[in-house]
Design a protein around this ligand. Structure first.
Ligand code: HEC
Length: 129
């Protein structure tokens, strides 16, 4: 009897320690996770200004759709794509490294700021029609 009591006390103590340890790990994971989410959101926003991008993207709507959803299978939808990817592709088209003759005239005079703004605008749109 005495023995089992002391075992109960021991395991209770171990349980208690384990709970505290677990709690600390979970808190650490939660902090790391929210830091990662905040970092991702900052990266997702990029350095562009979506409101400015909306006006600059007016000429793109003819092909890519007014909400960034294309209805023509030859024209990609841009809504909800990663802003860094969008900006990179627009720069490639602008600089003639990715070739799309029908689109090039619309992007050839964009500044880097224009590109980032337009990328931020499309990235912020819902990819669902
Ligand atoms: C005349 C039609 C047309 C217009 C206007 C147009 N695009 Fe495009 N765009 C295309 C086509 C076609 C493609 C696909 C090219 C390919 O197949 O490689 C494309 C591709 C893209 C892509 C690559 C998407 C991906 O998933 O890789 C981006 C980004 C893009 N356009 C941005 C723009 C922006 C920004 C504007 C306005 C400044 C614009 N486009 C105006 C026709 C157009």
């Amino acid at each position: 009897m005495g023995n089992s009591e002391s075992i109960d006390v021991d395991s209770g103590c171990v349980r208690h320690l384990r709970r505290r340890w677990c709690g600390a790990v979970l808190a650490g994971v939660a902090v790391a996770f929210s830091a990662a989410v905040i970092e991702r959101e900052a990266a997702a926003q990029g350095s562009g200004d979506a409101a400015a991008g909306k006006a600059k993207a007016a000429v793109c709507a003819a092909c890519h759709g007014p909400a960034g959803i294309s209805v023509n299978p030859a024209w990609p939808s841009l809504a909800g794509q990663q802003p860094v990817y969008l900006a990179k592709q627009i720069r490639l088209f602008r600089d003639g490294e990715r070739v799309e003759p029908t689109m090039q005239p619309f992007v050839q005079n964009l500044s880097d700021q224009d590109v980032d703004d337009i990328a931020a605008y499309y990235a912020g749109l819902s990819p669902c029609p």
